[in-house]
Design a binder for this molecule. Structure first.
Ligand code: BG6
Length: 284
């Protein structure tokens, strides 16, 4: 059965030898196994009962990345803190499995919805096929007024050793260094490596294929991005890891976030307008 809906908390997708799991809470994808090998990091301390955004997987960031002076919403918005609904048109076959989840204002906890009083519909499509995972976020303004957003797919990749991992294809890009209080710099390295806390927003990355090398899990991972110009690279390192209750002190060794997004500038959506961004992860 390509989509198993028996668990009330999560969907289980299979396509041939590969599988994925998606929680209704946050529409957070928490597992992607390619030929039995887990490629997505989920913290051993992640809270999965819907009381906190899931630490790991692919949390969805909407309607804004980080914190914003003009908004009282918590960091990264409310999409990852709301229970999404499975849409009926989900289809499956032996080689490809697709599910779609939807989020509308009525599903957002009232305390958060009142802080961003705009009408919208989000549709998140997860498509699994051999060695491929495509996640697409469609954002529609169903209001009678314009509103604006930023958004991001906050993907936590599982890796064996952060000291050996590298991210290619960011060479020459300018970035905002959140560890250095928002200082701007330019990436000069061919391979971005991690040896301390890293929290960088690479803006307008021209290349649409980002290679993650040295995962220690066999083949590398390629991230194909579409309509997501920006790329965040994040690893909390020692002190931040200790400060997060839902993240093991030593788990920073085994994860790297490479997050494609539209975050450097807000997107304005007029009434009735839609916007779409996606990524395809490939083990190759
Ligand atoms: C990253 C941000 O995308 O998410 C970091 O760039 C942030 O600044 C990280 O620390 C995790 O955020 P949170 O809210 O899930 O702890």
């Amino acid at each position: 059965m390509p989509v198993d809906t028996t668990n009330p908390d999560k969907l289980v997708l299979t396509a041939g030898a590969d599988s994925a799991e998606v929680y209704y809470f946050g529409a957070t994808l928490t597992s992607w196994k390619v030929d039995g090998q887990e490629r997505i990091f989920l913290s051993k301390d992640a809270i999965l009962n819907g009381t906190k955004a899931i630490r790991g997987g692919i949390p969805l960031v909407f309607p804004h990345f980080g914190t914003v002076e003009t908004s009282k919403l918590p960091q990264h918005g409310f999409a990852r803190n709301s229970r999404w609904e499975l849409l009926p048109q989900s289809a499956g076959s032996d080689s490809e499995t697709v599910v779609q989840l939807s989020l509308k204002p009525a599903q957002v906890p009232e305390s958060l919805r009142s802080l961003w009083p705009n009408d919208f519909q989000l549709i998140y499509t997860v498509k699994l096929s051999a060695s491929n995972l495509t996640t697409t976020l469609d954002i529609k303004n169903t209001d009678s007024k314009e509103w604006e957003f930023t958004s991001l797919l906050h993907t936590y990749f599982r890796i064996q050793d952060v000291a050996k991992v590298g991210v290619r294809d960011l060479t020459g890009r300018s970035f905002v260094d959140k560890v250095a209080k928002g200082a701007r710099d330019q990436e000069l390295r061919d391979v971005v490596t991690i040896a301390s806390e890293v929290d960088r927003v690479y803006e307008n990355v021209e290349k649409n294929e980002i290679h993650i090398v040295g995962t220690g899990l066999g083949k590398d991972v390629v991230v194909h991005k579409k309509n997501f110009p920006d790329v965040v690279v994040w690893n909390p390192w020692v002190e931040k890891a200790k400060g997060m209750a839902d993240f093991g002190d030593e788990e920073y060794h085994n994860m790297i976030c490479v997050e494609v997004g539209k975050v450097a500038d807000f997107v304005k959506l007029a009434p009735g307008e839609s916007w779409s961004g996606s990524q395809t992860l490939i083990v190759a």
